[in-house]
Design a protein around this ligand. Structure first.
Ligand code: NDP
Ligand code: 2IT
Length: 448
């Protein structure tokens, strides 16, 4: 058995009830094997991989809060502090009923390599709760956030662990969390990112994940001698990442014809209207079914996903495992030649096998989430820099840094792909380029 196989076998035995985490760990371990082999003796002697796959710390706590009817509700809260070799733990908080330790460990593990790829000094972490914000009033969300932070504040800090948003956590939740942190600690510090502009947030952070996704897609498409202009794009999701991916893709001359939510998907042959999606999702917090009331030429397909729609490029921006093998084949058979992931791990193992087959046959382009959606966390790190120097940069300054970072990630990923596999094997490229920096720092810092 090779070193990576041994480590995975032990992990599988130990965490048999954590399927999402095991899936993420297996994918990374399988693809970094050639880089591990180059240094196997060294890595084995310091148990590098055995340490890499276990979080430095996980905190779990109960979150009691009182709903509008006066009843006490109890949720679970978590923070997975996975790896601090290259910087303070950094990663989002997810509030969704599907949250559990396995999901947060998978997200935290991915975050280590994503954050490394940005080139900025941020370690990997993730947290959240099984709290379901759907249908809750503002006052309920505030009370929940205050209770959550009343426990979490003990474990975080501007130089220790800096959470941000993820699914179900946007500007509103970050505001309530920040207020409670400040009240308890008396500190006005950059302990959270994605803050409002009036209290230390960065311009362009809300846009950053979606914009960054389109910037790196543009790089990848250009690298293959093509262009984004006039291409038809299918987007899933209609939250933070999807909204700004739609806006930037349209600004660059592509046409986005779908977006989706838990209720179904919208097909708008004239191009999805960014303003309408934002109004429904940011202001009304409602179902996308409303879209057809405002744009009668569009169609709503309840309970369905958009992967059967003919397109050039697919940008999955909703959730993990939203594209299975059959969906991936449908995309490819309909002429799709490029997938870039706005969500974390939206393609399951069978889907990735289908992309890989298409890559070898016809140069299918696939950029995995840890590279493609790194623009959000990279801009969070830029928010941390602004907070530290107590200055605010202009939108143009942040956006131009984001573009540079995404171009840099593409270059790093393509370089590692060419060195360790085929030049367009961006899965291997992203995992190895992310891994090498973390491995180097872990070896240098000794057995901690
Ligand atoms: P939001 O909560 O803003 O939006 C999530 C969107 O996905 C919503 O439209 C939601 O539908 C939809 N969705 C969620 N679960 C499902 C499901 N099971 N089936 C169908 N649709 C679903 O989250 P974000 O946009 O922030 O996050 C989306 C993805 O991007 C996540 O994987 C997240 O981890 C990842 N990501 C986010 C970053 C960020 O900066 N926010 C950075 C990097 C990655 P509905 O409207 O009905 O709830
Ligand atoms: O998955 C992610 O990279 C995020 N949710 C963003 C994390 C951050 O710290 O901005």
């Amino acid at each position: 058995m090779s070193y990576v196989e041994e480590v995975y076998a032990n992990l599988q035995e130990k965490h048999v009830n954590e399927p999402e985490f095991l899936e993420a760990a297996k994918r990374v371990l399988d693809t970094i094997a050639p880089a591990v082999a180059e240094n196997e003796e060294k890595y084995r002697s310091v148990s590098l991989l055995e340490r890499l796959v276990e979080p430095e710390r996980i905190v779990t706590f109960r979150v009691p809060w009182v709903d509008d009817a006066g009843k006490t509700q109890v949720n679970l809260g978590y923070r997975v502090q996975f790896n601090s070799a290259i910087g303070p733990y950094k990663g989002g908080l997810r509030f969704d009923k599907t949250v559990n330790q396995s999901v947060l460990k998978f997200l935290g593990f991915e975050q280590i390599f994503k954050n490394s790829l940005t080139g900025l000094p941020i370690g990997g972490g993730k947290g959240g709760s099984d709290f379901n914000p759907k249908g809750r009033s503002d006052a309920e969300v505030m009370r929940f956030c205050q209770s959550f932070m009343t426990e979490l504040y003990k474990y975080i800090g501007a130089n220790e662990d800096v959470p941000a948003g993820d699914m179900g956590v946007g500007g509103r939740e970050i505001g309530y969390l920040y207020g409670q942190y400040k009240r308890i600690t008396n500190l006005y510090e950059g302990v959270l990112t994605g803050k409002g502009l009036s209290f230390g947030g960065s311009l362009a952070r809300p846009e950053a994940t979606g914009y960054g996704l389109v910037y790196i897609t543009d790089e990848m498409v250009k690298g293959a001698g093509k262009e984004l202009k006039d291409k038809v794009i299918v987007v899933s999701g209609s939250g933070n990442v999807a909204q700004y991916a739609i806006q930037k893709a349209e600004q660059l001359g592509a046409k986005v014809v779908t977006c989706s939510d838990r209720n179904g998907y919208i097909y708008d042959p004239d191009g999805i209207k960014f303003d309408v999606v934002c109004e429904i999702k940011q202001q009304h917090r409602a179902s996308l079914a409303e879209y057809v009331e405002k744009v009668p030429t569009a169609q709503f397909f309840p309970g369905e996903q958009p992967w059967g729609v003919k397109c050039d490029i697919a940008l999955p921006c909703a959730t993990q495992n939203e594209i299975n093998g059959a969906a991936a084949k449908k995309l490819i058979n309909n002429g799709c030649w490029c997938v870039a992931e706005g969500a974390n791990m939206p393609s399951d193992a069978d889907a990735i096998d289908a992309y890989e087959e298409a890559r070898k046959a016809n140069g299918f382009l696939y950029m995995p989430g840890k590279a493609a959606n790194a623009g959000g966390v990279a801009t969070s790190a830029l928010e941390m820099s602004q907070n530290s120097e107590r200055l605010s940069w202009t939108f143009e300054e942040v956006d131009s840094k984001l573009q540079g970072i995404m171009a840099g990630i593409y270059a790093k990923v393509a370089e590692a792909a060419g060195r360790y596999s085929d030049k367009d094997d961006f899965v291997t490229g992203a995992n190895i380029a992310g891994f090498l920096k973390v491995a180097d720092a872990m070896v240098a810092q000794g057995n901690v």
